[in-house]
Design a protein around this ligand. Structure first.
Ligand SMILES: Cc1ncc(COP(=O)(O)O)c(C=O)c1O
Length: 371
């Protein structure tokens, strides 16, 4: 029987312990201000994110899911249109395409789990309007190739950068390379709110204006509704927490990168596939997803030693019951389907002790080596 999990792949209580006094002061200040939706904290966060990402427009929202849906809707993508995207994301990227009224068209992935640009052109039809790469785990998809295909076929590029705040590709931040980047500030993300949150980043001012309308009932001013929208604003409390945590993001990322480096050093590369960082990349690791044989048995073994792991994601989206009407079948995306049986997320959060990382890596080597 598995013992108690001592090291988990997330530890929000440890984060709170480190930030407690500061967060309490923030709570007090925002509550006393009485400005709980919109206002200076939200505008301040948008300005800080513009400066951090080096982008012209940021619109703060209540989730990464709405960031994706609004980006599509603001670009005029909807009924009758197709959007190319990978099938191994968190469900929200595909769900956003459905919410916009368009059809997701899946393309298989590379060994690093990101969309395979070599397969995109075969999936383009006269109805294709956009490519939505997902920068899974924090690793930026092959953006040079994706942008070239998009330019050739006059397609929009919507980056799902929900997991990739702080990652860079040839020096440019994830989420600022295509037409629009969509970010999540969910509690489990590297830049995390104390609840749901998200934002879009773009250099397209007209697109940002449409997202601003969509997040706030379509109100252009207090009494004028220029398009029907809904409510998807970020709370001031979340914005204030995110401003504070944005100031700590680089150090969080460095601590995660250091932990990943220890795994690279300790894991036996003959037994465990860890996608490497390419020379033009800087990965702000959200998760470390390795690929192994006998994944489920290894997971049980690690749990028995007190090491918690996760699987991101065990069921590809095209095989989910909700996707039945899209008409895909098992076998359509063999790389993604095989990865779903081999992927394992190891703990890399900043509060894991180095000894535990080495312990997890050695236990993994021993278990797989003995198989
Ligand atoms: C790849 C990806 N896309 C979209 C989302 C949706 O973000 P949110 O949970 O903030 O709606 C997430 C995270 O949850 C994600 O990991």
């Amino acid at each position: 029987m598995a013992g108690e999990i001592r090291v988990s792949h997330v530890d929000l209580a440890a984060q709170y312990a480190e930030e407690r006094e500061d967060l309490r002061r923030i709570f007090d200040r925002v509550m006393a201000s009485g400005q709980l939706i919109g206002g200076p904290d939200v505008e301040g966060l948008e300005a800080d994110l513009r400066a951090y990402l080096g982008v012209g427009q940021v619109v703060a929202l209540n989730s990464g899911t709405d960031a994706l849906a609004f980006a599509l809707i603001a670009l005029g993508i909807g009924a009758g249109d197709e959007v190319i995207t990978p099938p191994n994301s968190f469900v929200a990227s595909t769900a956003a395409v459905i919410e916009a009224g368009a059809r997701p068209v899946f393309v298989d992935v590379l060994d690093d789990q990101n969309i395979d640009p070599g397969r995109i052109e075969a999936a383009i039809s006269p109805r294709t309007r956009a490519i939505m790469p997902v920068h899974l785990t924090g690793r930026v998809a092959m953006m040079d190739e994706i942008l070239a295909i998009a330019a050739r076929h006059r397609l929009r590029v919507i980056e799902d950068a929900a997991q990739a705040i702080g990652s860079r590709h040839r020096g440019r931040f994830a989420g600022t390379i295509g037409d629009v980047g969509c970010f999540s500030a969910h509690p489990l993300k590297n830049l995390n709110a104390a609840g749901d949150g998200g934002f879009v980043a773009t250099n397209d001012a007209a697109l940002a204006d449409q997202v601003r309308l969509l997040r706030n009932h379509g109100l252009a001013d207090r009494n004028t509704v220029t398009r029907f929208g809904r409510v998807a604003r970020m709370d001031a409390l979340q914005a204030a927490i995110l401003r504070y945590r944005l100031g700590r993001l680089d150090s969080i990322v460095e601590r995660r990168r250091r932990n990943v480096a220890i795994y690279h050093e300790t894991l036996n590369s003959n037994l465990v596939f860890v996608p490497p960082e390419r020379p033009h990349e800087f990965i702000a690791h959200h998760t470390l997803v390795v690929q192994v044989d006998r994944r489920d048995a290894l997971r049980g073994h690690l749990a028995g030693l007190g090491y918690g792991t996760a699987i991101h994601y065990p069921i590809p989206i095209h095989l989910q019951p909700a996707a039945a009407s899209l008409g895909y079948r098992r076998g359509d995306f063999p790389v993604c389907e095989r990865q779903a049986e081999r992927i394992l997320t190891l703990p890399i959060h900043p509060w894991v002790a180095e000894a535990d990382i080495r312990g997890i890596a050695r236990a993994t080597n021993d278990f797989l080596g003995a198989g």
